[in-house]
Design a protein around this ligand. Structure first.
Ligand code: SF4
Length: 230
């Protein structure tokens, strides 16, 4: 897949959804803890748990000093709190031990690959969490892949469905021009929520149907109705 095709996909989607511009704002440690809380639950529930955590503890040191049981009670609205509480404490202890503070500022001196590897070595941190911290909190060109990004990308023919979400991070990272990482992510996730839905994608109103591999194959076999699910 040529970079020109991906650039064209982003341009067409941005005509509809607007051009996303990254802005600094979220503290990387906040983003990391919020990501751990978001694992295996909805954004609404994890948001509630993060707000409860920040309201209960004035600083990270107090989170670390508390018992895992108490922390689990504070963050219960995020689900799986008995697993997430010790995981959050372990990550925070590691940051303090390695950097002398509860901070990810050391990552600014690392390359994208080094920073990603560092984060993925932390307890419970996988490629998606690492990419979210780097992309959203630090403005790095590292591609987060969620269910929408994965689905739209394989439907478009950019990646193969069989590789799965975890390996899609590397595959898309290699395809999307670095300067388009954030814009691709925002445009495609919006497209996945509004048009290229998991069930019943609205192919007839899709601005990138001419560039969509799956639509092209379905168009040949069902008279242009587009794929019905997937
Ligand atoms: S043509 Fe259909 S399947 Fe392809 S990207 Fe658009 S909505 Fe998704």
């Amino acid at each position: 897949m040529a970079a020109e095709t991906i650039t064209a996909i982003v341009a067409r989607l941005e005509n509809r959804y607007g051009v996303a511009q990254w802005k600094p704002g979220t503290d990387p440690v906040d983003e990391l803890v919020a990501c751990i809380l978001s694992q295996h639950t909805s954004d609404i529930n994890s948001g509630r748990a993060f707000r409860d955590l920040k309201a209960a503890y004035a600083e990270w040191e107090l989170v670390v000093q508390d018992t895992p049981e108490n922390l689990a009670k504070v963050i219960w609205r995020g689900g799986l709190s008995n697993m997430k509480a010790p995981r959050i404490q372990a990550v925070l202890r590691r940051l303090k031990a390695e950097h002398g503070e509860y901070s990810l500022n050391a990552l600014y001196a690392m390359t994208d690959a080094e920073a990603r590897a560092y984060l993925m070595a932390l307890p419970g941190v996988g490629p998606k969490t690492a990419a979210i911290v780097l992309c959203f909190a630090m403005g790095r060109n590292v591609m987060p892949v969620d269910t929408h990004i994965f689905r739209v990308s394989w439907r478009l023919g950019l990646i193969q469905k069989k590789i799965g979400e975890a390996k899609a991070h590397d595959a898309l990272q290699a395809l999307v021009p670095p300067e388009l990482t954030y814009r691709y992510h925002v445009a495609v996730i919006t497209h996945g929520r509004q048009v290229c839905r998991a069930i019943g994608p609205k192919c007839k109103e899709c601005l990138v149907s001419e560039l969509c591999g799956w639509y092209a194959s379905e168009h040949r076999t069902n008279n242009g109705e587009g794929p019905s699910n997937g």
